[in-house]
Write a protein that binds this ligand. Sequence first.
Ligand SMILES: *[C@@H]1O[C@H](CO)[C@@H](O)[C@H](O)[C@H]1NC(C)=O
Ligand SMILES: *[C@@H]1O[C@H](CO)[C@@H](O)[C@H](O)[C@H]1NC(C)=O
Ligand SMILES: *[C@@H]1O[C@H](CO)[C@@H](O)[C@H](O)[C@H]1NC(C)=O
Ligand SMILES: *[C@@H]1O[C@H](CO)[C@@H](O)[C@H](O)[C@H]1NC(C)=O
Ligand SMILES: *[C@@H]1O[C@H](CO)[C@@H](O)[C@H](O)[C@H]1NC(C)=O
Ligand SMILES: *[C@@H]1O[C@H](CO)[C@@H](O)[C@H](O)[C@H]1NC(C)=O
Ligand SMILES: *[C@@H]1O[C@H](CO)[C@@H](O)[C@H](O)[C@H]1NC(C)=O
Length: 893
Amino acid sequence: MKGVLVWSILSAGCALAVTPLSSVKRVTNLPIVANKFIVEVDSTSDIPTKRSNPHDALYESLRKRAIGFKVDREFNTQGLFVGAALTLSDAQDVAQIQSTTGVKSIRPVRAFDRPKPVKVQVVKGPDDPALPPDSESTHVITGVDKLHAQGITGAGIKIGILDTGIDYTHPTLGGAFGPGNKVIGGFDLVGDDYDGTNTPVPDPDPLDQCAGHGTHVAGIIGANPDNAFNISGVAFQASLSAYRVFGCVGFVTDDVLVDALLLGFNEGQDILTLSLGGADGWTESVSAVVASRIAATGKVVTIAAGNDGASGAWYTSSPGNGIDVISVASLDNTVVPLQTAQVHGVTHDPIIYQDTFPLPINDTRPIFATSTDPTVVDDACNPLPDSTPDLSGFVVIVRRGTCTFVQKLGNVAAKGAKVTLIYDNGSGFGAIDTGAFVASFIQAADGEFLVQQFASGQNVSLSFPQSGGLIQFPDPAGGLISSFTSYGPSNDFFFKPAVAAPGGNILSTLPVNLGLFGIESGTSMATPFVAGSAALLFQAKGTSAAVGRSARTLFETTAQRVPSTHTDGDPLQTLTQQGAGLINVFNAIHTTTIVSPGELILNDTAHFKGTQQFTVRNAGSSAKTYTLRHIPAGTAVTVTPGTIFPADGPVPLSTDFASVSLSTSKFTLAPGKTQTVTARFTPPAAADPSTFPVFSGFIQIASGTEQVQVSYLGLKASLKDKQVIDNTDFFFGVPTPVLTDPNGEVQTSPRNYSFLASDFPTLIFRLAFGSPKVVVDLVSPTINFKPTLNTRALGDTHGSFFSFPHRVKTGSFAQVPTLGTVFELDFTSRNNDDPNDNGFNTVAIDPPTFANGTTIPNGQYRLLLRALRVTGDPTNEADFESFLSPIIGVNAP
Ligand SMILES: *[C@@H]1O[C@H](CO)[C@@H](O)[C@H](O)[C@H]1NC(C)=O
Ligand SMILES: *[C@@H]1O[C@H](CO)[C@@H](O)[C@H](O)[C@H]1NC(C)=O
Ligand SMILES: *[C@@H]1O[C@H](CO)[C@@H](O)[C@H](O)[C@H]1NC(C)=O
Ligand SMILES: *[C@@H]1O[C@H](CO)[C@@H](O)[C@H](O)[C@H]1NC(C)=O
Ligand SMILES: *[C@@H]1O[C@H](CO)[C@@H](O)[C@H](O)[C@H]1NC(C)=O
Ligand SMILES: *[C@@H]1O[C@H](CO)[C@@H](O)[C@H](O)[C@H]1NC(C)=O
Ligand SMILES: *[C@@H]1O[C@H](CO)[C@@H](O)[C@H](O)[C@H]1NC(C)=O
């Protein structure tokens, strides 16, 4: 997944307002693996065959139907998932397979990004003075320290980690592999060379010595406290197993994840944790489904919520979307350990710079400013003038702005610079990407001071103390949800993320050859924290299925509400980003008030479930009097007013709250007694449905100092009203969808293509919202059909509205003259604003074939793109949006 760290400014440059169409690579860029599918079969069905093996039965019936396929992987966990990953010769056979007796489902194989840490800082040694003095602060804010004090450390609990493997040779992770060690087992499902596109080469040894991510995750759960750095894992006596699903580079596909999930389940893991995923928006991906089923059996499955917070709401990550899994948000620490430089030659306070560890500079060096103008906007963006001296003996001072940090650093390095400080231009002080250069980031005022001293000829120099320079710099966002946390809900309105845990600036283990210890940030770091917390719960309450099934509700109902800002009067953060709040593991285990369910999902206005019930049970030993109170959170204005686009994160909040009437707001319960409460919700009165406002909040149930809560989430709009296909010029400067020619120009009139070399058309479309079904069909050029979108470019005849039947034949629609499907994608995520990451979809008609690989005969055609709206009926053509392309001639030699 994308690792966008809140505390990180990835680039000083800014995104282009409009992306040139000609810059678009004319290849298909969807996150699915072509022609690969996972088929689930009903193992108990009476497939019409004498064979008892459900796999053989499947293959035999596919062969009978003359379906070409290759088996990539078989799954056979009765009661959980029986099926196979297949490569089909013809993707269009999906419909036939779906209707095969005994086939429960067929889903495409999705690819999931590897977790990408933004900045890994390696700790240099046990005496490194830069170490955060309270490495256990994350344990304190979640009550983990109190559980450790009670001897609850995860002993006897088995946790499977699906990641890049674990460097079990690390002394803090036990130093060895196999039964009797901390890392008791696991498996490498892929091998070092696997990158998501090639064939995995499994082996039994899940050692991680090239990536490091899984080793960091493992330390958050299991670091032994007897290490030189005095850190410990949340559940440091738990037994770990490493299921390695990433090679040294690249991504992982669903079929590997499903295999790893089932392996972990079959090897008896109590908990499975996955710090990985990709923006998806739906609960349907096969790994999400299998993860959810494992959770439903009473195991705990924790999965990262994703680091796509900048993309706004309705952009949840899978497999974290799995209905019964715990999707985990990240919370920022309150302080960040930073270094200081000493100023010589003039009186000035030490200058704070953005590093946890000192820059490796021993001596005192004079400063050199590349510009004496402290307001320069493009400092060092171009090669420095010939008159520039050799900079190797200086600390070079450069102002932020216009080009990337790395570009500036490259230009000063060309003049010999060995150490550079870039000062802020007022955009914000945070960690920066300095590439391989020795450089750091300082605040605007400090930089302006240094430049003024340099300009006035003062002899100012700097030194970088190698010890004693550490300060605790208050993180202005500390204690808040990390802004990189992806926002929910899912398009099918599930409560994602579920809870938050500390995920920013976490010191943990790194592979021995990568430096032993380091600091990383992301929902990747928050996720193992919850896995470890679940181990503490299992140790305290036993590993029964009932405990496992109650885990998410216990964490949610005892969590701590998180505000949206530190400004008094601002609302609580929307539950679409904080879930039920920051977990308190001590309270989850020791609460004597049990509330269920933890989530009240009100859904959209068309499917509104405004009346909800929950129960409150006094599990204590004395009578308790409870007082109930509604505590709303900010209403997320998820779509920018006047547009069809989801608002970028941080998603704007309004104080237009829902109202709730409770059947009782005060009652007394004797020990062991339960009260049922009915809550009737009314959506926020003034919220504008065209902004798709998601309202959320809590009902607090308090007795003395004990406080528990239920969370609610609803939408004051109907999702079927949400436009799906982007028909604006927002992204490319011309309204999409478009068909582009080999020059990257929009085709506006009939055109013939030879399909030689690059002479083929490419369909480019954007989804402003997720869609359950996107289909591209080839149709007759004279089709009598009025698309719903962008008829402007047609230029030639099109008739009045004509109903299409969907391929799910209901007989209620007229027969359609489509000539064949070119492409179909179910349960698709929306796009975002980033041209380099899921900004748009391209479908290259290259070579000119149908989805089944059959060549399209020479002739004149149009492409018909259709996308179903969320909650739309796939058999009702009116629930689809459509775009009809100009005429394309297939004129292949
Ligand atoms: C190490 O951690 C323990 C508690 O976990 C604490 O009591 C002790 O003071 C710490 N030692 C150092 C050197 O920070
Ligand atoms: C800093 O000084 C120490 C001891 O004098 C030396 O070992 C080390 O190499 C020096 N480091 C740099 C970056 O010059
Ligand atoms: C600082 O530089 C960045 C990157 O060029 C730019 O986006 C931003 O507008 C600048 N900020 C100010 C306050 O000038
Ligand atoms: C500048 O300061 C440095 C260190 O403080 C000193 O070694 C040097 O002699 C000074 N140079 C001048 C010209 O004052
Ligand atoms: C919300 O309603 C839609 C439409 O009925 C349904 O498909 C979806 O599952 C519902 N979501 C939840 C969480 O119940
Ligand atoms: C495309 O080719 C067809 C058949 O060769 C021809 O009739 C038609 O005029 C051509 N169209 C264009 C726009 O060149
Ligand atoms: C592939 O699909 C096209 C269009 O639906 C159809 O005409 C053709 O017969 C199919 N080819 C095969 C081999 O089934």
